[in-house]
Design a protein around this ligand. Structure first.
Ligand code: HEC
Length: 160
């Protein structure tokens, strides 16, 4: 039989292991900023509705973006790019996509480029933004999703 002391140590070690493991996973998720699981159907359905209300006017009801989105407008802005795999949203990490939506495109523009991508900080909660990103990512083919997952915190800092 195990002594009481041994049992206490085993329980202690198990609790310590659990705390470190859960904390570690949480920390990794925080640092990498990963969120918006495209395999979560409830989240994706919520994101689809919010996308229709807030994003479709510019990025298209079918995520197709605006015509000639790679050609600069006369006012120095660019038209809205597609949000599907034919655009370049997938080149950015989850965290960066989140920040573009939250703070607007201006924060990531190259010098001299004006951004027509508005900030949604006043309109959308963080959870709403993640739901929209889950919906957008759910529309990408698996190989594009795989590639996007490799994008780090600092990859593709500029939008154009
Ligand atoms: C008024 C038009 C407009 C609306 C509304 C809008 N966007 Fe944008 N968005 C743009 C433009 C234009 C860009 C291109 C970036 C730039 O020129 O700075 C952009 C860029 C982005 C990007 C960067 C990735 C890329 O492909 O360059 C993401 C992500 C994005 N938008 C998501 C959203 C989401 C999500 C919503 C809704 C919550 C939204 N946008 C609403 C105009 C808009």
């Amino acid at each position: 039989m195990l002594s009481d002391r041994a049992v206490t140590w085993i329980v202690f070690a198990a609790v310590l292991y659990l705390v470190l493991f859960v904390g570690g996973v949480g920390l990794i998720a925080m640092v990498s900023g990963a969120g918006g699981d495209p395999d979560d159907p409830v989240l994706v359905a919520r994101g689809a509705v919010l996308y229709g209300e807030h994003c479709a006017a510019c990025h298209g009801t079918n995520l197709e973006g605006q015509p000639n989105w790679e050609t600069r407008n006369a006012d120095g802005t660019f038209p809205a790019p597609p949000a599907d795999e034919t655009g370049h949203a997938w080149e950015h990490s989850d965290r960066q996509l989140f920040e573009v939506v939250r703070f607007g495109g201006g924060r990531f523009s190259r010098p001299g480029v004006k951004s027509a991508m508005p900030s949604f900080a006043d309109e959308l909660e963080s959870a709403d933004i993640w739901a929209i990103l889950a919906f957008i990512k759910s529309r990408w083919p698996e190989e594009v999703r795989k590639e996007q997952r490799t994008r780090g915190l600092f990859s593709g800092p500029h939008l154009h």
